[in-house]
Design a protein around this ligand. Structure first.
Ligand code: G6Q
Length: 544
């Protein structure tokens, strides 16, 4: 494997640079016209997902050249190292084993001399037993009432996955239960999430890997106060209305939650890779034990596809390589993820953390500043809403924005012609982006000459189309694993640490310093820059 700083001088990178000079000027109109098989040939399938990548700005040999880069960057060995449990998160000296969370019972993965799979299943069994009791109404609140409301309190990786999964799997949830998610330290988040809930019927899940996160601990304390106020102040109520998901038993017990009601996970599960660990407790409460297992099986099927499929047919590898192709050769800045499935409305927000916290890095594993672009900005909204807002820029703006479209054969609850109309739209968008409309075509429609330039669509805007039969828990698992591994592929080639997140630390530390400066009764001595100090003084004056 080349030293990281040499990535751009490897033969495969140089070959891609030369190749890009040719591909850059090819139009998808031309590429499709030259090869009538392109739309069926440039496809791959795995774990219930079908990927059509034919509308990308690639030639027949592009993927092969990208695979050579992956080979030269040691992708095979890096995949094996991750699945084996090597400590590939080097800045935190941790294994990266979210794939162990979805292994079947009986599998073996050793971390520090211990097989972790039995631990994973012991926690899953404990979660299953707990969820059954709550769902059947056997777990009673302090006053003897059945628990009807679940409030997950967590942030970042301890929130985004649970929120996304709850919304995505809403069709499968117990509609007699209410699920809410509190993450922001802005008190409004808590106030709005609980304003119509009866404390005697409400269970809080305090989800925090470290159990020290400022936002979560602040919200957890407010939850405790809210509950006790609503239930007459008896501290014994906490045991019936709070459970914890954490790696930190000591802090959980200090908060007053019995560790018997703590669901454990491990330091080899990164926050943004944890929705399939005990962090998914709210998901399991919503869809039941069997639904959660089905989701884990979907993850696992994609893991196996990723681990065993040759790169040229490997969905996460293809998607990861294409993302890198656009970032590093076309210098595109962003990737839009556009689900044509309302239940996936939070999927782009979830992906923002997965992709950007993982690959938003500017140094290699060896600490050298990279001389290529790393992680793209991911963003998106569900179709068709985006079509009536930001798609304009994708169609006719000056930036290249590769798109991932997600669509399904079946609506979960069919309603008249809605689904056909929805799917017609996603297909039309991908077609319009790729092929556009020429000036001649516009003229033929009788458009006045002055308007012709405005109505031309250049086309040649690339997209992936990901299709599945319907959004089941298993398909959701496969979809998340697809992106997890696509992120891995990119990070592996860029030779960065996709599993740490030091970039979130500085702001956290500064906030801790500013809190007492805002709250001090006497005017504090401020040693910030003139802008920050002035803003602190203004805030203090405004609060007087
Ligand atoms: C994710 C990050 C981060 C983390 C939150 C919450 O990969 O590490 O988003 O999940 O900061 O952390 P806790 O779970 O420890 O509260």
């Amino acid at each position: 494997m080349p030293a990281a700083q040499d990535l751009t001088s490897t033969p495969s990178w140089r070959a891609l640079g030369d190749h890009y000079a040719k591909v850059r000027d090819s139009h998808l109109r031309q590429l499709f016209a030259q090869d009538p098989q392109r739309g069926t040939k440039m496809t791959a399938e795995g774990a219930g997902l079908f990927l059509d990548y034919s509308k990308n700005r690639i030639h027949d040999d592009t993927l092969g050249l990208l695979v050579k880069l992956a080979d030269e960057a040691g992708l095979r060995g890096k995949i094996d190292a991750m699945f084996r449990g090597d400590k590939i998160n080097i800045t935190e000296n941790r294994a990266v084993l979210h794939t162990a969370l979805r292994l079947p019972r009986g599998a073996t993965i050793m971390v520090d001399g211990e097989n972790v799979v039995p631990q994973v299943h012991a926690v899953l069994d404990k979660m299953g037993a707990f969820c059954d009791r709550v769902r059947k109404g056997e777990w009673k609140g302090h006053t003897g009432k059945r628990i009807k409301n679940i409030v997950n309190v967590g942030i970042g990786g301890s929130d985004l996955g649970p929120v996304m999964a709850y919304e995505a799997l809403r069709h499968y949830t117990d509609r007699n239960m209410t699920f809410r998610f509190v993450s922001n330290v802005d008190g409004i988040d808590f106030v709005e999430a609980t304003h119509d809930l009866d404390p005697s019927e409400t269970l809080f899940i305090i989800s925090s890997k470290t159990f020290t996160t400022l936002e979560t601990m602040t919200n957890a304390q407010s939850a405790r106060d809210w509950l006790l106020k609503g239930l007459g102040g008896d501290a014994k109520a906490v045991a019936k209305h709070f459970v914890a998901v954490s790696t930190n038993a000591k802090k959980v017990s200090e908060f007053g939650i019995d560790t018997a009601n703590m669901f454990e996970f491990w330091d080899w599960v990164g926050g943004r890779y944890s929705m399939d660990s005990a962090i998914g407790l709210s998901t399991m409460l919503a869809v039941g034990h069997a639904g959660f297992r089905e989701m884990l099986d979907g993850f696992h099927t994609m893991d196996e596809h990723f681990r065993t499929t040759p790169f040229q047919k490997n969905l996460p590898v293809i998607m990861g390589l294409l993302a890198l192709w656009y970032s590093d050769f076309f210098k595109s800045e962003t990737i839009a993820v556009l689900p044509y499935e309302q239940y996936l409305k939070r999927f782009p927000a979830y992906l923002q953390q997965l992709t950007m916290e993982s690959n938003g890095k500017h140094v290699t594993l060896a600490g050298k500043t990279v001389d290529y672009l790393t992680g793209a900005v991911y963003w998106g909204e569900p179709g068709t809403n985006g079509q009536h807002s930001f798609y304009q820029l994708i169609h006719q703006g000056t930036r290249l924005i590769p798109c991932d479209f997600l669509a399904f054969n079946h609506a979960l609850t069919p309603l008249g012609r809605h689904h056909d109309i929805l799917i017609a739209n996603v297909l039309a968008q991908a077609e319009a982006l790729a092929f556009g409309k020429t000036a001649d075509e516009v003229r033929k429609e009788g458009t006045a000459e002055a308007l012709v330039p405005h109505r031309v669509f250049e086309g040649n805007r690339p997209s992936n189309m990901i299709f599945a039969d319907r959004l089941t828990p298993g398909v959701l698992g496969a979809l998340v694993a697809l992106y997890e591994h696509s992120v891995f592929v990119q990070g592996a080639i860029w030779n960065i640490d996709s599993f740490d997140q030091w970039g979130v630390e500085l702001g956290k530390a500064l906030a801790q310093k500013i809190i007492p400066e805002l709250e001090a009764p006497a005017e504090p001595n401020l040693a910030h820059d003139s802008s920050t100090s002035n803003l602190i003084r203004r805030y203090r004056a405004g609060r007087r």
